[in-house]
Design a protein around this ligand. Structure first.
Ligand SMILES: [Zn+2]
Length: 142
């Protein structure tokens, strides 16, 4: 599956409606060259003043040939970070997958039959060039 901006926007809009009550504004899309990180989310808020700074980007690794389902799980994972930042000014790079994230992730999984994960241990994905790779995949916030 080719990761284009058009595809990203289409899926973002679809999942925003399905899972986030269309509460998220469209964000920027970026590609990253990483085997270890399937996705990442970049956002700035000023927590003390509870002020949002209009800069938000979801990055997806272009090293993998994602199936539609895998892409959904990676994108929704990043959208949970976005939602938490947007609603609660929660951007804690030290513990990005702490309690608020896990609670929301588990609720989504139960309600929507998603397979969102924090790490992807022993998880086979197709590389975009060829072959498969197994390893431990992470998401980061920065
Ligand atoms: Zn994450």
């Amino acid at each position: 599956m080719k990761l284009t901006e058009k595809y990203f926007k289409q899926k973002f809009t679809e999942y925003n409606a399905l899972y986030f009550n269309s509460e998220l504004q469209m964000c920027k899309f970026g590609l990253q060259d990483s085997y270890r990180q399937l996705g990442s989310f970049s956002y700035r808020v000023n927590r003390w003043e509870r002020k949002k700074i209009p800069y938000k980007t979801i990055y997806i690794s272009r090293k993998y040939d994602f199936s539609e389902e895998d892409f959904r799980d990676v994108l929704v994972h990043e959208m949970i970070h976005y939602y938490l930042a947007h609603k609660f000014f929660f951007v804690d790079a030290g513990d990005a997958h702490g309690k608020p994230f896990v609670e929301m992730m588990n609720e989504m999984k139960a309600r929507h039959n998603l397979n969102i994960r924090i790490t992807h241990d022993q998880y086979a994905l197709r590389l975009s060039d060829s072959g498969t790779r197994r390893g431990r995949f992470l998401c980061t916030l920065f």
